[in-house]
Design a protein around this ligand. Structure first.
Ligand SMILES: *Cc1c(COP(=O)(O)O)cnc(C)c1O
Length: 494
């Protein structure tokens, strides 16, 4: 019998993983989860004897068990066959005594590709015989948008609308999005920040009137944000695969515990690591690394989540988030699958802007999760240290992780920092961190200077943006997003 998914807030709606992936978010606004994760097990010895594609097949068939093995195998081929520029897909490389897990070798140079090359394949197979067409609605703090556009462009009977916060993504990130080819895509800036966009996208999904109007044309909305379980599950794979690479390098023996440090925003990436741990990966500590939007650091230290604080614009914009959606899934598991408790916490968050978890749960949280923060100066210093000391070029998000890791005592375990973006996505900030002036230089000039300084070439997908033309220039108020989506459904999802 296949696994059932239900909401973090109730057990009324029980769906297969295909349905959960199609739908994106549960009807009551909760996120899809399954109770029996800990009963599932991924065999470490098997993981350590095989490569990325095989590990993807193993983990995905375990968690999405209403897909057949040939179906998942087809998805893995499409997602990771040729689209990554490294045969190991997510290569592990040394940095001093620690390790970087490079997650940015996909078509858009951010870790979001690992999941967003896979999600469209999973969704396409789940779509089934009833002929429903899907509009993906996606809020992005910078990287998800382009990765979703690249993943869904050209997929039959699915279209995608991306909203990004006007003026709050890097030049390169913006150009990546607004130049995206394809008839089934559109991109729009909003007057607000990422949290505004994400909150409104959740409202749009919960709008029954809109859903009914779209249903008349056999259209439905769905999500490509990491609230979609189809985004989360592919990310579990690289935690296992990183471990296999460590074993292959002789850095650990099978069964040894390791630590992961994860630059965190929406809590999707680090949560995928926690899933891997529940499935049997020997991880001692997940270190949650935040930038100055450090709501998670306070939460882990105090047990109180309080979003009522100023939103800070940083040089690691993909982590500029005050409401980390996927934390809801962690609360569900930490509470022993208590949907009533999760609902009441989420009600507090919506009504008061904060909530406090019970002490026993906070203790359990701190058994596995540690945290730290880096402000922009510390982030720049970490970029500089990585280059000066190790000749490794890292991006500002990865640098937040490296700073946090550097402040922790070494406890004798192998430590892996997730490297979430290619530094050439943020060339001006990286160049400045290395002590160069950037005044008046555009992103491409900075790319050239960075290449000259380091001898490391920019990935082709980024340098080619130089010649890209802008296809999308719409800007709307947050209140206009819903109407924009409805029009886009008529326009690009015929
Ligand atoms: C999205 C993103 C993050 C944060 O990941 P979450 O899953 O949202 O916690 C970190 N770094 C980069 C480069 C990203 O694009």
């Amino acid at each position: 019998m296949s696994t059932f998914y239900h909401s973090t807030r109730s057990r009324n709606e029980r769906v297969t993983s295909k349905k959960a992936i199609l739908q994106g978010i549960a009807e009551d606004g909760g996120l899809f989860v399954t109770d029996d994760l800990a009963d599932k097990h991924v065999d470490l010895a098997t993981v350590c004897g095989q490569g990325y594609q095989e590990n993807a097949l193993l983990v995905l068939t375990r968690l999405l068990d209403d897909y057949t093995i040939p179906e998942i195998s087809h998805c893995v081929d499409k997602a990771y066959g040729r689209t990554f520029d490294d045969p190991r897909v997510t290569p592990l490389t040394p940095i001093g005594d620690d390790w970087l897990l490079e997650l940015h070798h996909g078509p858009t140079s951010a870790f979001k590709d690992v999941a967003l090359q896979m999600l469209p394949q999973l969704m396409s197979l789940a779509q089934g015989a009833d002929g429903e067409k899907i509009m993906i609605v996606c809020a992005t703090s910078g990287d998800t948008g382009k990765a979703a556009l690249a993943g869904f462009a050209g997929i039959d009977d699915i279209a995608v609308t991306v909203f990004y916060p006007d003026g709050k993504v890097s030049d390169i990130q913006r150009l990546q999005m607004v130049s995206q080819p394809g008839d089934n895509v559109c991109v729009c800036a909003i007057k607000g920040n990422f949290d505004d966009a994400q909150t409104e996208v959740k409202n749009i999904f919960a709008d029954h009137g809109l859903a009914a109007r779209l249903a008349e044309h056999t259209k439905v909305l769905s999500s490509a944000n990491s609230i979609n379980v189809g985004r989360l599950v592919p990310q579990v794979v690289y935690y296992f695969d990183a471990y296999a690479q460590l074993v292959a390098k002789g850095a650990v023996s099978i069964g040894d515990e390791v630590d992961f440090c994860v630059p965190t925003g929406n809590f999707g990436d680090v949560l995928a690591g926690y899933y891997a741990k529940m499935l049997g990966l020997p991880v001692r500590t997940f270190v949650v690394a935040s930038n100055s939007n450090d709501v998670l650091v306070d939460f882990i230290r105090t047990g109180t989540y309080d979003r009522r604080r100023p939103f800070v614009k940083t040089i690691s914009p993909s982590m500029d988030i005050l409401v980390s959606s996927n934390l809801e899934r962690l609360l569900f598991y930490l509470s022993g699958c208590d949907v009533e408790l999760v609902s009441s916490l989420m009600r507090d968050l919506a009504e008061k802007g904060c909530y406090t978890i019970p002490t026993s749960m906070a203790d359990k949280l701190r058994e596995t999760f540690a945290c730290g923060r880096a402000n922009d100066d510390e982030t720049r210093q970490a970029i500089r240290d990585a280059w000066d000391n190790h000749h490794v070029l890292i991006d500002p998000h990865t640098a937040v992780g490296m700073h946090v890791l550097s402040e922790r005592p070494r406890e004798g375990r192998a430590r892996i920092c997730l490297s979430t973006a290619n530094p050439y996505k943020f060339p001006a900030d990286v160049l400045r961190a290395l002590g160069r002036g950037v005044d008046g230089r555009d992103g491409f000039r900075c790319m050239d200077e960075l290449a000259e300084l380091t001898g490391i070439a920019a990935p082709r997908n980024l340098s080619a943006l130089r010649d890209a033309s802008t296809r999308f220039s719409d800007v709307v108020e947050v209140s206009g997003m819903s109407a924009y989506v409805e029009q886009a459904c008529a326009r690009i999802l015929p």
